[in-house]
Ligand binder design. Structure first.
Ligand code: MLT
Length: 409
């Protein structure tokens, strides 16, 4: 008899964004003429930068020639991309990250989900609340989350981030071993300053805890006191793994390329207290379960760092940040409380008085034909909020904002 992983049936419903897609599809079937504007899932709409497209074309040509054809590449990524990442994302900021601490992959969703493979099941996991659902669901799948009771997982430690604490999580009251931090934050679009992030690094150093730092939205940072990498904080190289992605930075949501930094100094421990380098474990996992990102895609990612590529990537980011400003201003004009959208493509809006997250989601879909993401889908502290993304086209963003002016709920 085949036994299943009994953690899977504990997961409620389906993945948040699949649930929403289903609701929207049902609405579209019932109202085929409605012009639905999707500001729900954070999927990009701008095309790949021309420098990236050019790099893809020439890499494809290389693959068509037996002299330059490539088969399996190094699972951790080709040197040309890894070294470019080290130079541009770390050395240029005065950060000392070695090439063998970088692992190129197909996405931060996969990596933040898979990292649990090398971590013990008895670890106590803390998540900010609301949170990117992948961190929670993958811990449920692994068996670290306990039971789902009244909208919460019994073994997870929730760190509420709400208007009341300015979306800055407080240190946990009980000891935790793994802490997921995503900054700029998905879903709230808020940030931590260096000083605020240092509190977490110090906590991890004192408690031999591990920070899983998701920096997928780093490219959207506009303010000076917001760290671009957790390694800007002293001591972080001993306690933090950082996830970075080309998805939102350069339009790679469908193209797929990301990387994870696992410094060699980050240690995990056996039950008997022996220190083991997580870099070694992740290398073992990555080379066993992953065969590397395609050569052509890695060349495309490399092109994001050329002079032209950097300018084009910045233009795309500016485009989305302009959308974010339009959404922020439009919602504020309606008297709604808005957060995020300054260092982030996400705008987190407080729902009108006494309206629930799903109530606001349904109203926007049914009456204004706008898709958002209900805040409660990201965790219990997301109740009473809704997330909008700035990843739409400028035209759709403006149209959505003009519809939002008709809000009457
Ligand atoms: C989101 O909407 O939160 C993101 O698109 C999800 C993701 O990057 O997987």
């Amino acid at each position: 008899m085949i036994l299943i992983n009994e953690n899977y049936p504990k997961l409620p419903g389906s993945y948040l964004f699949s649930d929403i897609a289903k609701k929207v599809n049902e609405f579209k079937i019932a109202h085929p003429d409605a012009n639905v504007i999707r500001l729900g899932i954070g999927d990009v709409t701008r095309p790949l930068p021309p420098a990236v497209v050019q790099a893809l074309h020439s890499a494809v040509d290389e693959m068509a020639d037996s002299a330059s054809f490539r088969g399996y590449g190094p699972e951790q990524g080709y040197d040309f991309l890894v070294n470019t990442i080290v130079e541009n994302d770390y050395k240029a900021r005065g950060l000392d990250i070695a090439a063998d601490e970088i692992f190129v992959s197909d996405g931060s969703k996969s990596d933040t989900g898979n990292i649990g493979d090398i971590l013990g099941l008895d670890n106590i996991v803390a998540i900010t609340d609301p949170v990117y659902p992948v961190y929670v669901d993958t811990n449920v799948m692994a068996g670290r989350a306990g039971e789902f009771v009244d909208g919460r997982w019994s073994k997870l430690v929730y760190l509420p981030c709400t208007i009341e604490n300015d979306f800055v999580p407080s240190l946990p009251k009980s000891k935790v071993d793994i802490i997921y931090l995503c900054y700029p934050n998905n879903p709230t679009g808020t940030t931590l300053t260096r000083e605020q992030l240092k509190i977490w690094v110090d906590y991890a150093l004192e408690n031999k805890a591990l920070i899983l730092f998701d920096g997928a939205y780093e490219a959207f940072i506009t303010e000076d006191d917001v760290p671009h990498s957790i390694y800007e904080i002293e001591g972080a190289k001993e306690v933090a793994i950082e996830f970075r992605s080309f998805s939102k930075t350069a339009g790679f949501t469908g193209t797929r390329c990301a990387y994870t930094v696992v410094p060699k100094a980050v240690m995990g421990y056996t039950k008997s207290g022996e220190a083991v380098s997580l870099n070694k474990l992740w290398n073992r996992r990555h080379t066993t379960k992953f065969n590397g990102v395609p050569y052509v895609i890695q060349r495309a990612a490399e092109a994001c760092y050329s002079e032209e590529g950097k300018k084009q990537v910045k233009a795309t980011i500016d485009y989305y940040l302009n959308n974010a400003g339009i959404i922020r201003a439009g919602l504020a004009e309606q008297g709604l409380k808005v957060y995020g959208g300054v260092n982030s493509p996400y705008i987190w809006v407080k729902t009108p008085d006494k309206v629930s997250s799903w109530g606001f989601f349904d109203y926007l879909l049914n009456d204004l034909h706008i898709v958002g993401t209900p805040g409660v889908g990201f965790g219990p502290s997301g109740e009473g909020y809704l997330r909008l993304t700035a990843f739409g086209t400028l035209e759709n963003t403006k149209e959505a904002v003009s519809r939002l002016k008709k809000i009457s709920i």
